[in-house]
Design a protein around this ligand. Structure first.
Ligand code: ADP
Ligand code: ZN
Length: 720
């Protein structure tokens, strides 16, 4: 659209981005044309820009209504870091500051004002708004989280219902509603309740391309798998559990394994909750273990993984919760652990509901969730079809697309199973049917004389797990039914009969094979991370000085670009996406300095070999200096504002590079011996199986450190 050629320039100037995401550009053009808008975009889609950029380009003040007081500060901080004149008013601001901010607004110095709905509509505030309207003009009202006006949404707030008075009081000021909630009913409600006037409705795709979806069966060693995932790198992650108790237990376990993890659930005090949340947002805690109480309004863009350690109640919740990963569009992971005993827990919770209709809906939703988890189609396709969006083909970014599971023809087995259900007159559950198939002599079989049935013992060739797998698959494919009165009696339907008459074949996914635990990252990849870590450390320092979350300084995407492009001049630096004019001036030189230092260090040392070549980075050296002064890992971590795993990694790398690190101070001799023995036997494999072998009294850190020495020695003697 050539009518607005300057939009891209404005985008780069204010926010540092080069191009718009779909459909930001169209939305912004209509915003500039003073239309009412309804914007529906998934979390992380980039809604904020749709009102922030027009606010900067139009005359007057844009008023942003947001229900999340705790977030206003961060949002405004983020804008100010881009040199954008924004402020907020809510109950946390002192009367003195309120007055100063009001004055700044009336002096026309502010372009964006964030305010909570109850304040906006208060007797005291409306006169001020009138004054602003007359003196400098109100360019628009942007209503964030607009689904809060709807009782049909999941987060109804009565005070949002008063918002209609804005339309009555300022009929000519455009109103923009923005939300991530997709259902038809809520959309219609927003238009009505906000009094939107022939709004232009924009619905972005709900496909989150950068998210990798995976489902794994939950087993005894799932905790080890989780730990492995967490230790793969140093990224932030959210782990959801069903109950407070599970949250507490898991957070405790992780802390015990030296992971900086904090719990979050409704049972904690308000103060504790908000403290834990802030620590997470500011990268002072890496992992938050939470119930679904956590997340609404979490703006942290660099959450790299969301794990559902327990299954969600329904697919919409799963989509929203897992969607908190990767808001910055960087690759991120969503992992769900499926266990049928968790399903049972949810079923029990549903049984406790007194409203029958509610129960029915909840059961249906849970069924859809299980179908997703057990599904063999593209995970993305299943999710999007839930929102009425079609996605066909292979997404290439989910477990089912990347590792399609083998499908086998089990028609004969299905016929045996279904006839057995028929033979015992559709009066029994799965367990009894399988007992008959396998020819067991249980009390129940003997007393009912089911050992006389023609299907008795015809399924001895399959294991109990295999029959169960078939039974579940038949249920999910609708080839068999089950009563929901608590007894789970198996019932045949017309499709079952088609199978038994050989009119229909049955394929099932064979998914009993063991999952292999993710391999350890290559040394090379770790090496490539060194610059990233340094830039991250600088970012954290700057953020702490200004007491803002690190992502407000630069997002991970921009840091990654720095590691790829390695800009050495301001001009080169300014070209990076995420670097606007203001941030260039404020931070450019500091980051360039770190990049240059890195380049220098690495040019002086041969970069061909990464092992034992003395290829030691600056950050490792700093750790080494403190170690020589006799500081413990914990103390070094504290002093350097790093995680202790990072320090451990430095030390183990230093050992491997033949620096005189005193291993005896870090790991007892006895443990060293044992770990070396295991390494000799198993070789240089991933840490998790080594730890499993050694048992709980050995920590990952200890193994990592000793492995450094072992690698150095085997390297020298040429064994590796
Ligand atoms: P939402 O409010 O829809 O959840 P945000 O407005 O917080 O999403 O944006 C999510 C992330 O995407 C932010 O980090 C934001 O800076 C980034 N972003 C938004 N628009 C663009 C763009 N055009 N180019 C690059 N990044 C963008
Ligand atoms: Zn897929």
């Amino acid at each position: 659209m050539s009518v607005y050629p300057h939009l891209e320039n404005a985008l780069k100037h204010h926010f540092g981005y080069d191009s718009f995401r779909s459909p930001q550009r169209e939305i912004i053009i209509e915003a500039l044309e003073n239309r009412d808008l309804l914007v529906i975009m998934p979390t992380g889609g980039g809604k904020s820009l749709c009102f922030q950029l027009p606010a900067l380009m139009k005359d007057g003040l844009t008023v942003v209504v947001s229900p999340l007081i705790a977030l206003m500060q961060d949002q405004v901080d983020g804008l100010r870091k881009n040199g954008i004149p924004a402020t907020f008013l809510n109950s946390s601001v002192s009367p003195h500051k309120v007055r100063m901010r009001e004055q700044a607004i009336l002096a026309g110095k502010i372009k964006l004002l964030y305010v909570a709905p109850e304040r906006l509509l208060s007797e005291r505030f409306l006169p001020l708004l009138d004054l602003v309207h007359h003196q400098i003009g109100i360019s628009a009202f942007a209503i964030d989280e607009a689904h809060c006006v709807s009782e049909w949404g999941h987060d109804f707030r009565p005070e949002y219902r008063q918002m209609i008075s804005l339309r009555q009081r300022y009929p000519n000021v455009p109103i923009w509603g923005l939300t991530a909630t997709a259902t038809e009913r809520v959309r219609a409600d927003i238009i009505k309740q906000l009094g939107l006037n022939q709004p232009s409705v924009h619905i972005a795709s709900f496909n989150r391309q950068n998210l990798y979806y995976e489902v794994r069966p939950k087993k005894k060693n799932s905790y080890a798998e989780l730990l492995e995932l967490i230790r793969e790198n140093e990224d932030s992650g959210i782990i959801y559990c069903l109950t407070r108790k599970k949250v507490e237990e898991l957070a405790f376990k992780l802390q015990h394994d030296n992971i900086s993890a904090l719990p979050y659930h409704a049972g904690l005090s308000d103060i504790e909750r908000s403290e834990n949340q802030t620590k997470f947002i500011r990268d002072d805690a890496r992992i938050i273990v939470a119930t679904i109480a956590f997340g609404m309004g979490i703006n942290k863009p660099d959450v790299r993984f969301v794990v559902h350690f327990d299954i969600s109640r329904n697919l919409e919740s799963y989509y929203q919760e897992s969607g908190r990963a990767g808001r910055d569009s960087e690759l991120s992971k969503c992992l769900l652990f499926l266990s049928y005993s968790d399903v049972k827990t949810i079923e029990w919770l549903i049984e406790q509901k007194t409203d029958e209709q509610e129960q029915k809906i909840a059961k249906h939703q849970l069924r859809q969730m299980i179908d997703y988890a057990e599904g063999t189609d593209c995970r993305r396709a299943i999710q999007l079809s839930y929102f009425g969006e079609r996605f066909s083909g292979n997404c290439g970014n989910c477990d089912n697309c990347c590792n399609p599971k083998p499908v086998e023809d089990w028609t004969i087995e299905a016929m045996k199973f279904l006839s057995c259900v028929a033979r015992c007159k559709q009066r029994f559950g799965m367990k009894h049917v399988i007992d008959i198939l396998q020819g067991r002599k249980t009390q129940k079989i003997l007393s009912k004389e089911h050992d006389k049935l023609s299907t008795y013992g015809i399924g001895k060739d399959r294991t109990l797990d295999e029959w169960r797998m078939l039974g579940r698959s038949l249920l999910h494919q609708g080839l068999l039914e089950q009563t929901t009165d608590g007894y789970a009696v198996l019932k045949l339907n017309s499709l079952s009969w088609e199978v038994m008459r050989k009119q229909r074949s049955v394929s099932i996914v064979v998914s009993l094979k063991e999952k292999t635990v993710g391999k350890e990252r290559s040394e090379k990849a770790e090496q490539a991370d060194v610059l990233f870590q340094k830039l991250r450390e600088l970012r954290k320092q700057l953020a702490d000085i200004q007491s803002v979350p690190p992502y407000v300084i630069f997002g991970d995407s921009t840091l990654k670009l720095m590691t790829q492009m390695k800009p050495k001049t301001r001009d080169e630096f300014s070209k990076l996406a995420g670097v606007g004019s203001h941030k260039l001036n404020q931070y450019g030189d500091k980051f360039i300095k770190v990049i240059k230092a890195y380049l220098q260090e690495n040019s002086s040392v041969s970069s061909k070999s990464t092992s034992s070549s003395g290829d030691i980075s600056y950050t490792e050296l700093q750790t080494f200096e403190l170690h020589k002064e006799g500081l413990s890992i914990k103390e070094i971590a504290q002093q350097r504002n790093l995680r202790s795993t990072t320090v451990t990694r430095h030390l183990s790398d230093l050992i491997e590079k033949d620096k005189p690190v005193d291993l005896n101070l870090l790991v007892t001799l006895e443990k060293q011996k044992k770990i070396i023995q295991v390494l000799d036997a198993l070789g240089d494999i991933a840490l998790t199986p080594i730890k499993e072998y050694l048992g709980d009294s050995y920590s990952f850190d200890e193994i990592r450190l000793v492995r450094g020495r072992w690698r150095k020695q085997t390297n020298k003697s040429g064994k590796r």
